[in-house]
Write a protein that binds this ligand. Sequence first.
Ligand code: SAH
Length: 229
Amino acid sequence: MAKRDVFQTAREEMVVRQLAERGIRDARVLQAMRDIPRHRFVSAELQHLAYRDCPLPIGDNQTISQPYMVAWMSELLALRGGERVLEVGTGSGYQTAVLCALAGQVYSLERHARLADRAATILAELGLNNVEIHVGDGSQGLADMAPFDAIIVTAAAPALPGPLRSQLHPQGGRMVLPVGDDRQQYLELVTRNGDRWQIERVGAVRFVPLIGRYGFRAVRRDDDDSAVV
Ligand code: SAH
C-alpha cells in the first residue's frame, strides 16, 4: 500500500484531530486509516479535499462518507482480524479498503456498476485482494456467502432488512446500519447471540438511501437516488 505520498501529513492530521481526539480508540482502525490513501478514492479535482472533515461527491449522486463516520462504524464492528464481512454500498470503496485492513475476507455489494468497477480497480491497484465486489441489490445480502461475522450498511434503510438479519452469524454477529428516512436517521448496532438480538441506537446520522427490495423504492428508473418515497 502507498504509505508514503504527498498527503501523508494531511492523513496523519485527520487521524489525530478528526478521529483520535473525538474518541475513536481502536488502534487497528486508527492504523488502517493512517495507511489507506483516501485521496485515491475521489476524483482528481477533489483530491486536495480528501482529508477534510466531510463527505464528498463520487458521482451517480453518491458520496464518500466523512472519515469520522468510517472510523466510528468500523470501530463498532469490533473486528480483530480474520472475520468474514459483508458491506452493502461499496460507493468509492474507501470503507471497503478499511475493512480489508481489519478483517479476513470482505464481500461488498454496490447497485451502481460504474461505482463498483471503479472501486474494484482502485482496491486492486492498492494490492488489497481479500475482497470481492458484487453488483446488485445489497438489501438482499449475499446468501451464498453467509453467515457473516459482521455486516455494515452504508446507505439508510427504512428498517432492518430481513435477509441481512438472517445472514448475520448466530454467535456474536455484529451489524451496523443507518435506519430512517430523509428527515431522520439513527445508526443502529445490532448484535446477535443465537435467538437473542440486541439493537442499540448509537447516534443520529445522515446517509443516502438504500434503494432496493428491502430498502426504499427509486421513484424513477433513471436512478435519481435522491428522489425516493
Ligand atoms: N462507504 C461508501 C458510501 C457510499 S454511499 C463510501 O464511503 O464511499 C452509499 C452507497 O450505497 C452508494 O454508492 C449507493 O449506490 C449504494 N447503494 C444504495 N442502495 C444500495 C443497494 N440496495 N445495494 C447496494 N448498494 C446500494
